[in-house]
Design a protein around this ligand. Sequence first.
Ligand SMILES: NC(=O)c1ccc[n+]([C@@H]2O[C@H](COP(=O)([O-])OP(=O)(O)OC[C@H]3O[C@@H](n4cnc5c(N)ncnc54)[C@H](O)[C@@H]3O)[C@@H](O)[C@H]2O)c1
Ligand SMILES: [Zn+2]
Length: 255
Amino acid sequence: MDLNDAAKLLERSRHVVVFTGAGISAESGVPTFRDALTGLWSRFDAQSLATAQAFREDPDLVWGWYEWRRRIVQRVHPNQGHLAVARLATLVPQLTVITQNVDDLHERAGSASPVHLHGSLFAPRCATCARPAPLPSTPDQSGEGRRVPPPRCAHCDGLIRPGVVWFGEQLPEPALETAARAASACDVLLTVGTSGLVYPAAEIPRLAARSGAAVLQVNPRPTPLDPIATVNLPGPAAEVLPALLTAAWGGFPLA
Ligand SMILES: NC(=O)c1ccc[n+]([C@@H]2O[C@H](COP(=O)([O-])OP(=O)(O)OC[C@H]3O[C@@H](n4cnc5c(N)ncnc54)[C@H](O)[C@@H]3O)[C@@H](O)[C@H]2O)c1
Ligand SMILES: [Zn+2]
């Protein structure tokens, strides 16, 4: 099974789910969690910074890390992979985009309302009363990032935390329900740039496979999803996704 088989499955599909992870944003310049952290963050690993415990113990460190990540995302652009996903919505009868990413590159590429299973860098909220909080306008600090004290809630003076799902936390119920419903109803699930290691999100492609959908996987490296994939398309998303769309529907510029 190769690119042309995958293209045929896609072209005939009535409902496609695209399921993305950090790998689709890697070529835009957003580091994945498996990339080594640099600068101030090189002494830490992402799995221990992205926890409620880390925020309780050292809120300035964790808030500073998320501000640094938000700045990276604001400076970069969607790549051909995100653009191909947005274009796919115009080519198949129904498309649901489910992402584990906390960046906004799908939206900026033109995908309407992707499901954010792990929250967003752009939706901070109060750690105490959970009310949404305004995004602070951070001065444009160059370089490596620094500790930044989190803002305080205007209602209860609690600390403002990033609106992301940390390791050990529950996924937002409505997002998880929408994702599970789409995964069990789709006929093709296209998984892109995810290690398939972070649960329960990694259940989504498995649920699609169990429900009888064809699973197409785009990733330059082997993943635990390889055995359930109907077609494995090794390579970077920004190359493979446009090639897949061209194989299915002919060439067109993605802008
Ligand atoms: N951009 C972001 O929003 C971002 C960045 C880092 C981490 N995260 C968080 O990381 C957690 C880890 O899960 P994950 O599976 O998303 O990421 P991950 O870091 O565990 O895995 C990334 C995967 O992408 C693959 N990859 C690397 N470059 C690629 C490319 N050019 N094209 C296609 N695939 C490529 C890697 O081989 C790997 O399998 C998630 O909870 C997510 O919220 C998000
Ligand atoms: Zn509050």
